[in-house]
Design a protein around this ligand. Structure first.
Ligand SMILES: Cc1cc2nc3c(=O)[nH]c(=O)nc-3n(C[C@H](O)[C@H](O)[C@H](O)COP(=O)(O)OP(=O)(O)OC[C@H]3O[C@@H](n4cnc5c(N)ncnc54)[C@H](O)[C@@H]3O)c2cc1C
Length: 379
């Protein structure tokens, strides 16, 4: 069987690796990252960055499970590709002790036996002296198998591993999908690709290829990158990734010092207070912009409140988008006998993209998913 995967991002390149390793003939279709974002007229991706938080804990059992499955294969992907992408600095999830999200998080921890330590008040302040938390905060710390990944390097690693397992890569955009008996015809910038089946994993751009067949909400996101000196980065080097879960559902997150391609270290803060929906052409327009200055200023303020002693040198903003399905789990299913999709990272699809890609590879081959992969329920 010949399967085409459209979307050379986190989920698509993972699917291609799994399909190729299963002995399937695979063509992975997708463009490289544009060199000039503001002038680029084609599609974009949500992985053009150096930091994504990774952790086994999540208030949602589905996300916890796919994350832990993926994290358990990070070493395999690194060894198959020769590319490292994981920094194991640990992860901290914190919030008011009595809040629903923190209770759900503890229920998932207990149900699945996730290895983490609990901190409160003086213990919390002593263990993580660079953070300030309000009284009544409880924090769950995962010291191992957690921290952050470079999404750019993970995509690179998956692509190399997929190619080594026999996948062919076509560095171009797909512009149309035609179901023809007995397969699919995909129009691309480099000519037509004929395959038996196709898996669409084109992130926020998926509906543009599928005539809006998916119930997918694409939201604008702004991140603030706060530059710090190399000395400050050294001082903060034990810092884990942090997510603060507010009772109202907001969940601002903070990544520890990470070196960026310009040679500088940045702390990254994200967590838009409002969901700004994007449709059609608006998605590309958002990626060409620098995001929202107001959101970035609010994020910087949040960071300064969380880390009162930090010495920040400058701020940059970066645009991105997240795709959500109504059930708040990934959309991995067949649309027809020949067309399947693996989309909707729901703002957390980077760390767990290897498992989401594996599930996509199962579906496009016509295999049924296990019940847990369709389970949207909270514990
Ligand atoms: C600001 C921000 C912070 C985030 N933080 C985290 C985090 O800390 N931890 C975490 O786990 N997740 C995080 N996420 C979520 C994560 O980045 C996404 O869930 C993930 O990128 C989704 O992967 P994907 O493969 O679906 O999409 P993408 O990574 O966007 O890949 C889609 C690919 O499809 C390609 N494509 C699109 N259209 C076409 C076409 N027509 N033809 C061919 N190719 C096409 C694109 O070029 C792209 O390469 C964050 C997201 C954002 C925006």
């Amino acid at each position: 069987m010949h399967i085409a995967v459209i979307g050379r991002g986190l989920i698509g390149s993972a699917a291609a690796r799994h399909l190729a390793k299963a002995g399937v003939e695979v063509t992975l279709i997708g463009p490289d990252e544009p060199t000039d974002r503001a002038a680029h007229r084609g599609v974009f991706a949500s992985h053009y960055d150096e930091g994504r938080i990774t952790r086994g804990l999540d208030p949602w059992p589905f996300w916890s499970r796919v994350s832990r499955a993926s994290i358990s294969r990070y070493a395999e992907i690194a060894s198959e590709s020769g590319i490292d992408f994981f920094t194991e600095v640990g992860s901290l999830m914190a919030g008011p002790e009595t809040s629903r999200p923190m209770q759900q998080l503890q229920a998932v921890r207990d149900r699945d036996g996730i290895d983490c330590q609990t901190y409160r008040d003086a213990d919390l302040a002593a263990a993580f002296p660079y953070f300030a938390f309000p009284p009544g905060t409880i924090a769950l710390h995962e010291p191992r198998r957690a921290g952050h990944i470079s999404p750019r390097r993970l995509v690179l690693a998956q692509g190399i591993a997929a190619e080594r397992a026999g996948a062919r890569i076509l560095r171009t955009e797909a512009t149309g999908i035609d179901e023809v008996s007995p397969g699919v015809r995909i129009a691309t910038g480099l000519g037509e690709v004929c395959a038996d089946r196709v898996l669409v994993a084109a992130g926020g751009f998926s509906n543009l290829l599928l005539n809006n067949a998916l119930d997918l909400a694409v939201y604008a996101r702004t991140v603030a990158l706060l530059r710090i000196s190399p000395a400050e980065a050294r001082r903060l080097s034990p810092q884990p990734s942090l997510i603060y879960l507010h009772p109202n559902g907001e969940d601002p997150y903070l990544l520890p010092p990470i070196p960026y391609p310009d040679g500088q270290y940045y702390l990254k803060m994200g967590g838009d207070p409002v969901d700004l929906p994007l449709r059609g052409e608006e998605i590309g327009d958002w990626f060409r912009s620098d995001g929202s200055t107001e959101v970035a200023a609010a994020l910087e303020q949040m960071l300064r409140a969380r880390m009162p002693g930090v010495a920040l040198e400058a701020r940059q903003t970066m645009p991105c988008v997240t795709s959500y399905a109504p059930e708040n789990i990934a959309t991995i299913r067949s649309l027809s006998q020949r067309v399947s999709v693996a989309v909707a990272g729901c703002g957390r699809g980077a760390k767990c993209s290897d498992e989401l890609g594996r599930l996509g590879a199962e579906v496009v081959q016509g295999h049924a998913l296990p019940a847990w992969a369709l389970e949207a329920a909270v514990v």
